[in-house]
Write a protein that binds this ligand. Structure first.
Ligand code: BTN
Length: 245
């Protein structure tokens, strides 16, 4: 379903899901007035610049596995960008896509379920496609980018959507048929995390160490200086030093 303007494609799909819409329902918008980001943040983008969509999925997974759906979309976006442009899109755990270290796509997963039953997940994807520098607020200019800014060429958003969905369908099928472990190798290939020093703020303390990979459930493994390997299941991580520093 296409909308010229909406509060949020995620909110729209949550509503559709609650009234029984089938798996695969997809809402697209040119503009959002209350676009949501992770951790209660806002997601802003000027009208007509981005690919903004939310997808309804009803995977036969347990609630604690719902987050495994997000990498399917992160992988799909990174691969679609790589196949339609020559840009080196990479994945930053848990679900950002970066180009040359700047964020070009964010993914927000929301779900509904009971303790043991997952009713549905809504995966919302925002890709910065056509933004020019002045389309980003000054505080984001060093951190965010668009496909146009990186490649110098406007990419067709319908073409990008079609390629993202084609890739996502493959990864989603693999997740359901072969389990999350079957995605790890592809994820590692496109990840910009492995071998990097990272810092994560957790409830009550900060953890620092080297990101070494994903575990079979999708948690980020971080090796602390004392050799202990911790698992991060959610949250934000920042890089402590740039590559090679
Ligand atoms: C993040 O990086 O914080 C996630 C951003 C997710 C933004 C997308 S845009 C389409 C969909 N609708 C929303 O309200 N949010 C997601």
């Amino acid at each position: 379903v296409f909308f010229e303007a909406l509060e949020s494609t995620n909110s729209q799909v949550l509503e559709l899901a609650r009234t029984g819409a089938p798996e695969g329902a997809l809402v697209l918008a040119e503009q959002q007035s209350k676009g949501r980001g992770r951790m209660g943040r806002r997601w802003e983008s000027p009208a007509g610049t981005s690919l903004l969509f939310s997808l309804l999925l009803r995977p036969p997974l347990r609630p604690f596995q719902a987050a495994q759906v997000t990498p399917c979309l992160a992988l799909a976006v990174a691969r679609a960008i790589r196949s339609l442009t020559d840009l080196p899109a990479e994945i930053k755990w848990p679900n950002d896509v970066l180009i040359h270290g700047k964020k070009v796509c964010g993914i927000l997963l929301e779900m509904q379920g009971q303790a043991d039953v997952l009713d549905f997940v809504v995966v919302g994807v925002g890709v910065n496609v056509l933004q020019e520098p002045e389309d980003f607020p000054p505080e984001l200019r060093g951190l965010a980018t668009s496909l146009f800014l990186e490649s110098g060429r406007p990419l067709s958003r319908p073409t990008l959507l079609a390629e993202v969905l084609r890739e996502a369908e493959d990864f989603y099928r693999r997740l359901l048929e072969e389990g999350f472990e079957s995605l790890i190798q592809d994820w590692q290939k496109l990840s910009c995390m492995t071998g990097r020093q990272v810092r994560a703020k957790l409830a009550g303390h900060t953890l620092e160490g080297m990101a070494i990979g994903l575990d079979p459930d999708g948690a980020l493994q971080v090796r602390l200086d004392n050799g202990v390997v911790e698992r991060l299941v959610a949250g934000d991580v920042e890089f402590i030093r740039p590559v090679g520093a």
